[in-house]
Design a protein around this ligand. Structure first.
Ligand code: ATP
Ligand code: MG
Ligand code: FE
Length: 350
């Protein structure tokens, strides 16, 4: 089956077509238009600018996704859009467009949780079996989840303050680096000394696999103020030391989560990392070492599927459609939509 997926929850306008046959997936097209330049001057995403930009671009992006795949709307088996969580204006643009297309063509409509898109991408690229342990690290979320099936997510841990991507963005901003900060901090850290500053490793050793970033971010700010004015070398060392502290925390938290997962569900079929921060090469390398030592395969998405994209939405839609699920056109957009909500509240989707 083939599904068109639309993603507009933040600052990427994206449409994609994926095919799902006998459980495995193929991306037929995945057009991603980043709005980064429109928001860069403000150091973050401006919601009103984002929704207007989605309105301007989305029809064209959908056309392009169809023509790159060499397919028409009539050849789709379903139309999916991210219905949240995210910036509500953008969500409305993508969701309404998908509903209109589904209504006009009579195709099934799928309201996809954006986080479920990140969570299931590993099955699009690598055909991973359930249950697996998911490290979801993005701009808005830092969570460890047991993924037991499509729509079956058990949260093992979460951040008690900032998300990891958000912390990278804030540290970049306070060090005068460009937006978005994650890739910048990683790039600058390559030239830095990760041992020069001994930043705290928040949460390390705690029995619950939760995260905390606020104190670490503050520690970077205090150190930066103490040694100001900053040379390029100082900035590189601060970035490298910050990134090292984050990775140490993540590794410790994943170790704890693997233990909890294993005691409840047996050995995970894979350790899956997803979300924008999954693009961080240093983190991927360390996670690979850890996964190897635990004898669990590490599945990390290809770089173009780490950040927000339509293919992950199309794929999550295809996974649900294959189970005979779809949604009504009355499905309302959701600014907040925890991944484990359906599990916590049976029937919450209705
Ligand atoms: P969510 O998925 O939680 O709704 P989002 O969609 O805004 O949030 P993503 O687009 O998945 O988040 O990820 C963007 C985040 O990833 C940003 O915070 C960005 O700084 C971070 N990021 C991207 N590349 C890297 C990198 N190489 N290292 C660290 N962080 C990165
Ligand atoms: Mg983005
Ligand atoms: Fe995302």
């Amino acid at each position: 089956m083939r599904v068109l997926g639309i993603e507009t929850t933040c600052d990427e306008t994206s449409a994609a077509i994926v095919e799902r046959e006998e459980g495995s997936g193929r991306v037929l097209s995945n057009v991603v238009l980043s709005q980064v330049k429109k928001h860069a001057a403000y150091g973050g995403v401006v919601p009103e600018i984002a929704s207007r930009a989605h309105v301007d671009a989305l029809d064209r992006i959908i056309q392009q996704a169809l023509s790159e795949a060499g397919l028409t709307l009539d050849e789709m088996d379903g139309i999916a859009a991210a219905a949240g969580p995210g910036l509500i204006g953008g969500v409305i643009v993508g969701l309404t467009t998908a509903k209109a297309l589904a209504f006009a063509t009579g195709k099934p409509f799928l309201a996809v949780n954006h986080l479920e898109g990140h969570a299931l991408t590993a099955r699009l690229t690598d055909n991973v079996a359930f249950p697996y342990l998911l490290l979801l690290v993005s701009g808005g979320h830092s969570q460890l989840l047991a993924v037991k099936g499509v729509g079956q997510y058990q949260r093992l841990g979460t951040t008690i303050d900032d998300a990891i991507g958000e912390a990278f963005d804030k540290v970049a901003k306070l060090l005068g680096l460009d937006y978005p900060g994650g890739p910048e901090v990683e790039r600058v850290a390559l030239k830095g000394d990760p041992t020069r500053f001994s930043f705290p490793r928040p949460m390390v050793g705690r029995p619950q696999p939760d995260f905390s970033l606020a104190g670490l971010k503050t520690a970077v700010r205090i150190e930066a103020e103490r040694i100001a004015p900053l040379t390029d070398k100082d900035v590189a060392d601060l970035c490298a030391s910050f990134q090292k502290a984050v990775i140490d925390m993540v590794l410790d938290r994943v170790r704890v989560a693997v233990q909890i997962f294993t005691s409840q569900h047996g050995t995970p079929k894979a350790l899956v990392v997803a979300g924008g921060v999954a693009a961080n090469q240093a983190m991927r390398r360390q996670l690979l070492h850890l996964a190897d030592s635990l004898r669990v395969p590490l599945i990390a998405p290809p770089m173009d599927l780490c950040g927000d994209n339509g293919a992950m939405i199309a794929w999550a839609g295809a996974e649900r459609l294959a189970l005979g699920q779809h949604d009504g056109l009355g499905f309302a957009p959701r600014a907040r939509w925890p991944l484990d909500m359906d599990a916590a509240l049976p029937g919450a989707r209705a």
